[in-house]
Design a protein around this ligand. Structure first.
Ligand code: GLA
Length: 386
């Protein structure tokens, strides 16, 4: 029996009906493009969140997390309300509760409730989508328990709805789609408008490469308003340029579009989004051609664009990227929403120890807390384990 199933039984006095898992993600490239109907290229991490669960019939949702001190949080399913979410020590329960609320809102019959135990390996606040992992694992568990015929993109959409409307974070489609739909050994090319997916082989090990994830340990908080402000300024710029979304601006027409914008900040934001969509396309081509090393400069260009034009980096991310580059990385960039969280670096497999040491030493010299450095390889999306 898995640890999650065993703990479930100890907590609730009966066995779970199943255990489901969904991974965190790293975004290789395509940052702050998903709420502009643009393109992203994430892959799933091997670290996942497990949800052991069983149906109830009395309309109660009991939630427990191995990582929280709050004990079992018991909620009345019929009373779930985004205006009155679990707070304080129980605020982690917003994610699974939000998923149940989103399923009900969509008219799906999950009103009986459930007993749920959660156990996660995805670090929180590291820009690796621990919240999407929890939402998607919960959505998959509920869908299976209640026999709901939902596709992976539908599950991802419900998970995102929970995050947007119940948790209150206005994220785009990338994280939940990556967690729900990614496949082992592949990056997921996603058109966030049509939700068309392409699974692109991405095997670093076979090419003698490693992808390092450098968690700066600087906690990012997307809910603090900076993310929502970036999003709003993109939507205003699209309206000013007369396009449905910034995705509709062709890379070739970028200079003309920029000339139409009076606000220098809007020009910078638009330049990031349009050039980033182009970098996603070029990265996909290089991966398909097996020219993995050549994606490096695109990663590093993407970082400069996020730092200078989109202004979502921070000193620790910049230090990680600069140090990895100086230590021989082919390319490096922040990944995820920014303002902290993680950077990634594409390096030769045999340079792992050296680059890791250089980054750790630079953080020490800069007076920063030690970063957490791991190697990542594309893993599979959400699945039922038991
Ligand atoms: C966060 C959001 C995503 C995406 C990224 C930036 O991770 O949850 O939807 O917008 O930031 O690319």
């Amino acid at each position: 029996m898995s640890t999650a199933a065993r703990t479930f039984r100890e907590l609730y006095g009966h066995a779970p009906e199943g255990v489901w898992a969904a991974p965190g993600r790293v975004n290789l490239i395509g940052e702050h493009t998903d709420y502009n109907d643009g393109f992203v290229l994430p892959f799933a991490l091997p670290q996942r969140t497990e949800v052991a669960a069983a149906r109830r019939t009395d309309g109660t949702l009991r939630l427990h997390s191995a990582d929280a001190s709050s004990g079992v949080v018991s909620l009345d399913v019929a009373a779930l309300d985004p205006a009155d979410p679990p707070r304080g020590a129980a605020s982690w329960a917003c994610y699974p509760a939000g998923v149940v609320w989103a399923l009900l809102e969509a008219g799906l019959p999950v009103g009986g409730g459930a007993d749920v135990h959660i156990r996660s390996e995805v670090p929180t606040g590291a820009g690796l989508s621990s919240s999407a992992a929890l939402e998607v694992a919960t959505a998959l568990a509920l869908a299976d328990l209640y026999g709901l015929a939902l596709t992976r993109p539908e599950l991802a959409a419900l998970a995102r709805r929970a995050e947007n409307a119940y948790v209150g974070v206005p994220c785009g489609a990338m994280d939940q789609m990556a967690s729900a739909c990614a496949s082992d050994g592949h990056a997921l090319h996603l058109d966030t408008r049509s939700l068309e997916q392409r699974h692109i082989p991405f095997d670093c090990a076979a090419a003698g490469l490693r992808l390092l994830v450098i968690d700066t340990r600087v906690k990012h908080a997307l809910a603090d308003g900076a993310y929502a402000r970036r999003r709003a300024s993109c939507h205003r710029a699209a309206a000013a340029l007369g396009v449905p979304a910034l995705r509709d601006l062709p890379y070739e027409g970028l200079e003309e579009a920029l000339a139409l914008l009076a606000d220098p900040e809007a020009r910078k934001r638009v330049r990031h989004v349009v050039t980033e969509n182009e970098r996603v396309a070029r990265t996909e081509e290089l991966l398909r051609a097996g020219r993995l090393r050549e994606t490096g400069p695109l990663l590093t260009e993407g970082h400069a664009s996020l730092r200078d034009d989109y202004e979502v980096s921070c000193p620790e991310l910049d230090l990680a990227v600069a140090t990895a580059g100086a230590a021989g990385a082919y390319g490096s960039r922040m990944t995820g929403g920014g303002f902290g969280g993680s950077a990634l670096a594409l390096i030769d497999a045999d340079a792992e120890a050296e680059v890791g040491r250089a980054v750790a030493e630079a953080f020490r010299a800069g007076g920063h807390a030690p970063p957490r450095i791991t190697a990542a390889a594309p893993a599979s999306g959400a699945a039922r384990l038991l």
